[in-house]
Design a binder for this molecule. Structure first.
Ligand code: HEM
Length: 353
């Protein structure tokens, strides 16, 4: 490092870049350590990209190839089972990290002015992460994934006006068939990574430009009590230690609970008794089950889907809805957040039971 620095300095003016990196400071107010969660989500995304590229070397999309190529990866390719297991476990941990990061940002009200667009880009990243999970689920072409995709796309198809067109576009016809696989494959390995990187770059650029938010309780502290940690190199080095820990946890899960492949999908087989989406869709899936078939003249499922679309829109617009700065409002926001988390947890557990 001692040689690289001067070598670069002699040739390029890197001082503004170093200054820019040094500008960011992490305010160490109450609950400041939650600021590590965004970095954990970022790290797990990098694990996804690396393991995904390795899987691509042997994976073949197609009704006669998908299941067989994954079988080949886990049984014949050196460490193939580990890479596949890491990819699947890390995807789930990434979703968990994204949810934790999002709710910690919500509870700290870090979305407030001037960080509205950081929040909006974050909600888009959440949607894209969920779509990553949904599109990747089908790729091994096993029974569980096949039926879950059938149900998932069916639900999407119930969206008024655009649903049918979306269903046909995604499935490559009316049904989930061999034509669906290359579409999901293209979305999972080309379209989503590209779009994700664009929004991730925006998200990170906003944070770098504006710095990290200071909570109200932190701002109210007397000057001598306000503590900051320089982002570079202090915070990032601690971040890296956490990444190493997270990598160990993911690796332990991948080794001790290798991701199962199940049986190959059979288009003509009857649906299994339990069709399960991935856990992060479960609360929606379970809610839709509870809605009666018809409410007034509207189909229950359509109403449920519309409800979720409205909820997603409200969530996206949170920084524009909550603009006041008083403590009463803050308490209300906290309560709303807790109700949402309790609801999602109960519905998810119920779904599994
Ligand atoms: C894969 C998805 C995501 C990645 C990789 C990511 C990454 C990051 C990173 C590295 C930070 C800076 C450190 C931190 O505060 O944790 C950050 C901050 C932030 N993120 Fe995310 N994020 C993601 C999703 C989200 C979501 C879903 C939301 C909210 C809906 C969100 C909203 C924010 C906000 C408002 C900040 C600024 C926090 C502050 O100034 O203290 N992000 N994100």
């Amino acid at each position: 490092m001692n040689k690289i620095g001067p070598w670069l300095k002699e040739r390029y003016d890197v001082a503004p870049i170093v200054d820019f990196m040094r500008k960011k400071k992490v305010p160490m107010g109450p609950g400041w350590y939650w600021s590590y969660m965004g970095g954990v989500a970022l790290f797990l995304f990098v694990v996804q990209v690396c393991t995904g590229i390795l899987l691509l070397m042997y994976y073949r999309p197609g009704i006669n190839d998908s299941f067989e190529s994954v079988q080949f990866i886990v049984s014949r390719v050196q460490y193939g089972w580990l890479i596949r297991s890491l990819h699947s476990w890390s995807a789930n941990f990434m979703m968990l990290a994204v949810f934790l990061h999002m709710f910690s940002v919500f509870f700290q009200r870090a979305y407030a002015k001037p960080r509205e667009l950081t929040w909006v880009s974050g909600v888009i990243l959440l949607g894209l992460s969920m779509f990553f999970g949904f599109s990747g689920y089908l790729l091994p072409w096993n029974e569980l994934a096949f039926f879950a995709t059938k149900v998932g796309t069916e639900i999407m198809g119930a969206i008024p006006f655009v649903g049918k067109a979306m269903l046909i576009l995604l499935r490559g016809g009316d049904e989930v068939t061999g034509a669906t696989l290359p579409r999901f494959f293209g979305i999972h390995v080309a379209i989503l990574p590209l779009v994700f990187i664009v929004f991730l770059s925006l998200h990170l650029a906003f944070i770098q430009l504006q710095g990290m938010h200071e909570s109200r309780s932190f701002k109210n502290l007397p000057e001598e009590k306000k503590r900051f940690m320089p982002f570079f190199p202090h915070f990032i080095l601690r971040d890296m230690i956490l990444w190493l820990l997270v990598l160990n946890v993911v690796a332990a899960f991948a080794v001790f609970y290798p991701w199962e492949l199940g049986t190959k999908a059979n288009l003509f087989a009857p649906a299994p008794a339990t069709i399960r989406p991935e856990w992060f869709f479960m609360f929606m899936f379970q809610t839709l089950k509870f809605i009666p078939a018809h409410i007034l003249f509207i189909e229950g499922e359509v109403l449920g889907i519309l409800g979720f679309l409205v909820a997603f829109l409200v969530w996206l617009l949170v920084p524009f809805i909550d603009r006041s700065n008083d403590d009463k409002r803050y308490r209300l926001i906290k309560r709303i957040g807790i109700v949402i988390i309790v609801y999602m947890t109960i519905m998810t557990v119920w779904g599994y039971l």
